[in-house]
Design a protein around this ligand. Structure first.
Ligand code: SF4
Length: 276
C-alpha cells in the first residue's frame, strides 16, 4: 500500500477560544488547523484560505502547540458560563492527538470551570481521556456517523475509523457515565438515507446508550459539491442521476427524509433532532 504523505507543522495560535457562528454554541475550540481524516464532503475546506496551505484538504495538519496556555488566559476573561464546542472545523481527536495531547490539555484547563462542553469526533482516541471527561462539569461527546458500510466509508472518509469502531467508543464512554449522542452528518443520498441504514444507525445508537440521534443533510457548497460529483462519477457512476436529483430537488427531498427519520426514530423509541 502507498504510504500516506501528511504534512505536519507545529504552530502557535493567538486565540483558541473563538466566537462561534453556530446558534447553539457560544465558542469553538479547534486544537488543529486541518484534519487528517480527509472526509470528501468536508465543508471545513474553507479553512485553507486562512492557513495559506496549498496542499489538498486532509494532507496537512498544523498542531496549535500553545493552545492550552492561550486557553487558560482566555478562560480567565470569560465572564459567564458558556457553551463551548470542540471540533467545529477539525476533529479534535484526529490521530496526531495521540502525540500532541492538545485537546486533552485544553480539557484539563476547563476542569475548574462550569461551562457546558461538547465534543464532536469520529475517533475512538477520545476514550483515552475518560478520566478527565468524568470530572468535567457538563460534557457531551457526539460521534459522527455517516455511512455504516466500511467499503463505502473508505471512499468518503478515507482516514477515519469505521462506524463500528465509533459505536464501540461510544459504548465505552456511555458505560463510563459520559453523555453521548450520534450526529448523522451529512446524510448522503443512497448511502445513508435508506430505511435499512437509518434503522441500523438507530439500533446501534440505542445499544450504545446514545441520548439522541441528530441529522443534517449534505450542504452543496460549490467546492464540496464539485468534489462529491467528481467522486460519484468516478466510483459510483450509476448514482450520478440520483445526486443530480438531490441537488435540484433538495426541498422535496428534505421534507420526505424528515418524515421518514421521525417515523424510524419513533419505532426505535429514540429522540431525534433534525437540523435541516
Ligand atoms: S472529521 Fe470532520 S473536520 Fe475532519 S475531515 Fe472529516 S468532516 Fe472534516
Amino acid at each position: 500500500m502507498k504510504r500516506r504523505q501528511l504534512l505536519v507543522n507545529e504552530v502557535k495560535c493567538k486565540s483558541i477560544l473563538n466566537k462561534s457562528g453556530i446558534p447553539v454554541i457560544d465558542y469553538a475550540i479547534n486544537p488543529y488547523y486541518g484534519c487528517a481524516h480527509k472526509c470528501q464532503y468536508c465543508y471545513a475546506v474553507f479553512m485553507k484560505k486562512f492557513t495559506g496551505h496549498t496542499e489538498p484538504w486532509g494532507d496537512f495538519v498544523d498542531a496549535k502547540i500553545n493552545a492550552p496556555e492561550v486557553l487558560e488566559r482566555q478562560l480567565k476573561r470569560l465572564k459567564k458560563p458558556s457553551r463551548i464546542s470542540f471540533g467545529t472545523v477539525c476533529d479534535p481527536y484526529q490521530p496526531l492527538e495521540l502525540k500532541y495531547k492538545i485537546t486533552r490539555e485544553c480539557l484539563e484547563k476547563l476542569l475548574i470551570y462550569r461551562h457546558k462542553l461538547s465534543i464532536l469526533t469520529k475517533s475512538t482516541i477520545v476514550v483515552r481521556d475518560i478520566d478527565i471527561l468524568q470530572k468535567l462539569h457538563k460534557i457531551k461527546v457526539s460521534f459522527t456517523i455517516t455511512v455504516v458500510d466500511d467499503r463505502v466509508r473508505r471512499i468518503f472518509e478515507p482516514h477515519a475509523p469505521s462506524a463500528e469502531k465509533r459505536f464501540k467508543g461510544m459504548r465505552t464512554l456511555s458505560h463510563a457515565g459520559i453523555s453521548t449522542s450520534v450526529f448523522v452528518a451529512p446524510v448522503l443520498p443512497y448511502f445513508t438515507d435508506s430505511d435499512d441504514t437509518l434503522n441500523e444507525i438507530f439500533r446501534y445508537s440505542r445499544l450504545c446508550n446514545a441520548q439522541y440521534v441528530m441529522f443534517d443533510t449534505l450542504n452543496p457548497y460549490p467546492k464540496v459539491w464539485r468534489n462529491m460529483k467528481r467522486l460519484i462519477k468516478a466510483q459510483f457512476p450509476a448514482l450520478q442521476e440520483q445526486y443530480d436529483y438531490y441537488y435540484s430537488n433538495r426541498k422535496m427531498y428534505t421534507v420526505r427524509l424528515r418524515r421518514r427519520i421521525a417515523e424510524i426514530a419513533k419505532k426505535h423509541k429514540m429522540e431525534c433532532k433534525i437540523v435541516f
